[in-house]
Design a protein. Structure first.
Ligand code: ADP
Ligand code: MG
Length: 482
């Protein structure tokens, strides 16, 4: 009789709670209260079992007042509620048992009493995988990784060296480095998704038993909402809490919305981080600039390493093109590759896009890929995305015209022809680009702004007085307009 007392107390509590929430909150009731299992009554303390740490935090966050009221109603002014969290045997026990009524349960002044409840694995319910269509059983989760975005084909350059090597370190020792979370950020099309995916693949290769999962922040949000609708929020949380390496792509998607999703993710993040599981996040901004995300989530994102991916320089762009061509088994002349690399400098996605449309055009029209065809195509391609002539490109055209290697611009030599190439590059850079004299100087042989100014005057003077120079400047001007 006595041992049934706790059940009766909790049943009464449930009734009051259900009533207090009202029929419009039936889902809340089903999700957050029905799963609570009473296990013991100790004087005026009721001990209940909850499915997870997240669950406990959630009800304490959202329903603490209601619970307090109800418990006191049933058990008198000294009534208390203690939680016991179900332990999965693979997770080191981390007993959080909290007591009501306490206002500062977040501080460690609370008397923490541990009541681990061992759930026999055989009895434990299988946690549904939100990626699996109900009915289809899968034992190992599908990582949702794309096999084509590998670390091997992620071309290295100054623009991505830190991020790439941090990624490699993480794949070697997931959760064991200080890069947790690893946050990769950049503008669009610079390789965040590729690199994040590649880290996932590498991790699986080096640690075949690790559970790796790639998810976009949008998918995560949808799944979370869906779980809420179908009353399976706990399963959702459980699923994510058992991942070893979690990759969440484009987290900025949650900015200004998805508050509940962010909250759920925050809890999952904490849980994984505590267990030394690896978290990899991508975003279009540095964490400090991510507006509209929860401050406490942002502060978590700063715990590990934030590495940015920058626009690749021209050498890296060439390497990326060569690599793509090699992958596809296509040959292309060097001058064609150079032309594309110099002219498409916005991001890697555009670079690939230009390459693909060039290949498509040539095969459709059965024309060979010549420099002329490339020029036509790229000009058309670039027009739409506002073609921007760079200082790099100017140097290249000038040096090609003078039949000099382009790196001569950076040399310290004062040989006449080299000085001239440098001055011409400076002159056209000022005319064509929006760069400041200081930036132009920096890129054209590390000179100061006075040198650039002097160069511009020199070319202008020569243009008036020297026929040879006039021809050269006119001819170059034509080339830049092509
Ligand atoms: P983001 O996620 O930053 O918008 P993606 O990862 O989708 O960018 O990259 C866009 C395209 O550029 C992809 O096809 C990717 O394979 C390619 N890419 C980006 N960076 C590199 C790189 N360093 N080496 C090879 N390919 C790259
Ligand atoms: Mg992306």
């Amino acid at each position: 009789m006595m041992e049934e007392e706790y059940k009766r107390v909790w049943a009464n509590c449930l009734e009051v709670i259900k009533d207090a929430l009202g029929p419009e909150n039936k889902k809340v009731f089903d999700t957050w209260f029905v799963p609570i299992v009473p296990i013991q009554l100790d004087g005026s303390t009721l001990i209940v079992q909850v499915p997870s740490q997240f669950f406990y935090e959630w009800i304490e966050d959202h329903y603490v007042d209601l619970l307090k009221r109800v418990i006191r109603m049933q058990l008198g002014p000294n009534g208390m509620l203690k939680y016991s969290i179900v332990m999965d045997q693979t997770i080191p026990s981390d007993p959080i048992v909290t007591t009501l009524p306490s206002h500062n349960r977040r501080t460690s002044q609370n008397p923490l009493v541990s009541i681990p409840v061992n759930i026999n694995k055989d009895n434990a319910r299988e946690i549904p995988d939100p990626f699996v269509i109900p009915g289809i059983q899968k034992r190992r989760i599908n990582s949702q990784l794309s096999s084509s975005y590998t670390l091997e084909n992620f071309v290295e350059g100054d623009c991505n060296r830190l991020a790439r090597s941090a990624g490699y370190a993480v794949a070697e020792k997931p959760g064991q480095t200080s890069f947790n979370p690893l946050l990769l950020y950049s503008n669009v099309g610079l390789g965040k998704t590729h690199l994040a995916n590649a880290i996932g693949l590498k991790t699986k290769e080096l640690h075949p038993d690790a559970t790796v999962l790639y998810v976009t922040s949008e998918q995560f949000m949808q799944q979370y909402a869906e779980a809420g609708r179908s009353g399976t929020t706990n399963d959702f949380i459980h699923f994510y809490e058992m991942i070893d390496v979690l990759i969440v792509d484009d987290i900025q998607f949650w900015a200004g919305k998805a508050q509940r999703t962010q909250e759920a993710f925050f809890h999952i993040f904490n849980h994984l981080h505590q267990r030394n599981c690896q978290i990899i996040i991508t975003s279009d901004k540095a964490p400090g600039e991510l507006q509209g995300l929860e401050p406490r989530l942002i502060s978590r994102l700063k715990w590990g390493l934030s590495a940015d991916l920058q626009s690749p320089d021209v050498e890296t762009r060439k390497n990326i093109l060569r690599q793509k061509l090699q992958n596809d088994g296509i040959e292309m002349a060097d001058d064609v590759i150079e032309y594309i690399a110099y002219n498409i400098n916005s991001n890697v996605r555009e670079l690939e896009g230009a390459l693909i449309s060039l290949i498509a055009q040539s095969s459709l029209n059965k024309k060979e890929i010549t420099l002329d065809l490339t020029k036509q195509m790229i000009n058309k391609y670039v027009q739409s995305s506002a073609r921007e002539i760079t200082i790099d490109y100017i140097q290249k055209v000038v040096c090609d015209y003078l039949d000099l290697p382009v790196d001569i611009i950076q040399a310290t030599s004062r040989k006449r022809e080299i000085v001239q190439a440098r001055q011409l590059s400076m002159y056209f850079s000022k005319k064509i680009t929006k760069s400041s004299l200081a930036v132009i100087g920096l890129q054209c042989g590390n000179k100061d702004h006075a040198t650039v100014l002097h160069a511009i005057k020199t070319i202008e003077n020569l243009r008036q007085t020297d026929r040879y120079m006039r021809n050269m400047v006119d001819e170059l001007e034509k080339r830049f307009k092509e």
